[in-house]
Design a protein around this ligand. Structure first.
Ligand code: AMP
Length: 411
């Protein structure tokens, strides 16, 4: 299958070629024709599968081939759970649409609202937004969604986890009833199915075996180690394995800062990215990492959502996540678009139950490799992992959406 066979317009094909893509990924091959035919879509797809192009390419095609006269009106709306993902999707849209003459804007909180208002006033075809800030604009009368032809909910499961359901419903109420709706989600909980039933019309169901293929492509290892030795072990591994670019996950913001300071002190240039940092600081840290000026980026789950680093070879779970699905999201940062990747987890005795949850979710046992000099001390007894404040889900398998307390607002 080639992109030409998908009947995309020349300016779009040119951009795809310039991106260096030679053939559509499985989700693109399935989704693009379905969207072009006008179907609603319910797609099970993780980041790393090429899902962004799966909806932005046919969106651009439709906007391009059915141009409207007069002042630009918002014709497509993409909702994402986090600002990073909104920025990422918007960057992809601009890149794939660079020869098409489509105007778009990214809308999210944590930054000055004025430039967004200005862009909206000047007229755009596509808005990529997080729900909270979009609703602020809507309430203030900065935008008119009554001409939207296509709505995309990207990472819908995340949006529900983060308590955005009411915002989403309010936004949908401002859209025309007759529209095309595409829903992308890594998991299909009861809540997602309930939402789909109310907003999708006779959807095409698309499921690429993303979790498994991604997980299979990524070499996963667990290094059992005592909690107090984790930082030493990480420092050792980065040097010993000569990892050039490594994304490290911690459970807490404080933990991310502390670890990044420690690695820097060991001579391994590191920086951190988490929800307490301003958007500008997060972007700066990400850029330094992408440019290779820092070797280690230490991140919390929320901050890392949607981060797309081409050819990232190594992910490390310094702490295991409390929510097993986060593990799949974390390791999905590597092994993207067919590249090989490695993910290792430093697991102390307190985290054994978290590891079991992950293995239950992925349906596979992860190889355990002891590192010489860092064997766990068998006399250490497990202690409960401290629950974090503001966490959205404490229990594995429970998908109850939370209110807007703290967590959701950060996006
Ligand atoms: P996504 O799942 O949308 O986050 O995309 C993951 C990565 O795959 C991004 O770095 C894209 O640039 C890349 N990508 C998307 N489509 C293709 C394709 N057809 N061929 C090669 N790389 C792709």
């Amino acid at each position: 299958m080639t992109f030409t066979q998908l009947h995309l317009a020349q300016p779009i094909l040119r951009a795809i070629e310039e991106e260096g893509y030679t053939e559509p990924t499985p989700i693109q091959a399935e989704a693009i024709p379905a969207v072009l035919e006008g179907h609603d879509l319910m797609a099970a797809a993780q980041t790393g599968t090429g899902k962004t192009a799966a909806f932005t390419l046919p969106m651009l095609q439709k906007l391009f081939t059915h141009k409207r006269e007069g002042k630009r009106k918002i014709r497509a709306l993409v909702l994402t759970p986090t600002r990073e993902l909104a920025a990422q999707v918007h960057a992809s849209l601009k890149s794939y649409g660079r020869h098409v003459g489509i105007r778009s804007v990214e809308i999210y909180g944590g930054v000055n609202i004025y430039p967004q208002t200005k862009a909206l006033r000047s007229g755009v075809d596509v808005v990529v937004a997080t729900p909270g800030r979009l609703l602020d604009h809507l309430n203030q009368g900065h935008l008119d969604l009554s001409h939207v032809e296509m709505l995309v909910l990207d990472e819908a499961d995340r949006m529900l986890d983060m308590g955005f359901i009411h915002d989403i419903k309010k936004i949908i109420a401002a859209l025309p009833h007759k529209r095309q709706t595409l829903l992308f989600s890594a998991t299909f909980s009861k809540e997602i199915k309930r939402l789909s039933a109310t907003i999708l019309h006779d959807p095409r169901l698309i499921s690429v075996a993303a979790d498994n293929t991604a997980a299979e492509r990524i070499k996963q290892t667990v290094h059992p180690v005592d909690k107090a030795k984790k930082a030493d072990l990480l420092s050792f591994l980065i040097g010993d394995r000569n990892w050039k670019q490594v994304l490290v996950f911690t459970r807490t913001k404080h933990g991310a800062d502390k670890l990044s300071r420690r690695l820097s002190a060991d001579g391994l240039p590191a920086t951190s990215i988490h929800g307490n940092k301003t958007q500008a600081a997060r972007m700066k840290a990400l850029k330094a990492f992408k440019d290779g000026r820092v070797r280690v980026l230490v991140a919390t789950d929320v901050a890392a959502r949607g981060i797309d680093i081409d050819k990232l070879g190594q992910v490390v779970n310094f702490d295991l996540p409390e929510v097993a699905e986060d593990y799949v999201h974390r390791i999905g940062r590597t092994g993207r678009a067919g590249n090989a990747g490695e993910a290792c987890s430093l697991v102390c005795i307190d985290e054994r139950h978290l590891l079991q949850r992950i293995e239950k979710l992925t349906g596979a046992r992860i190889e355990k490799v002891l590192v010489e000099g860092y064997h766990p001390d068998p006399s250490i007894k497990p202690e409960p992992v401290k629950a974090r404040g503001g966490r959205r889900r404490q229990n594995f398998g429970s998908h109850k959406p939370r209110g807007r307390g703290g967590f959701a607002r950060r996006s």
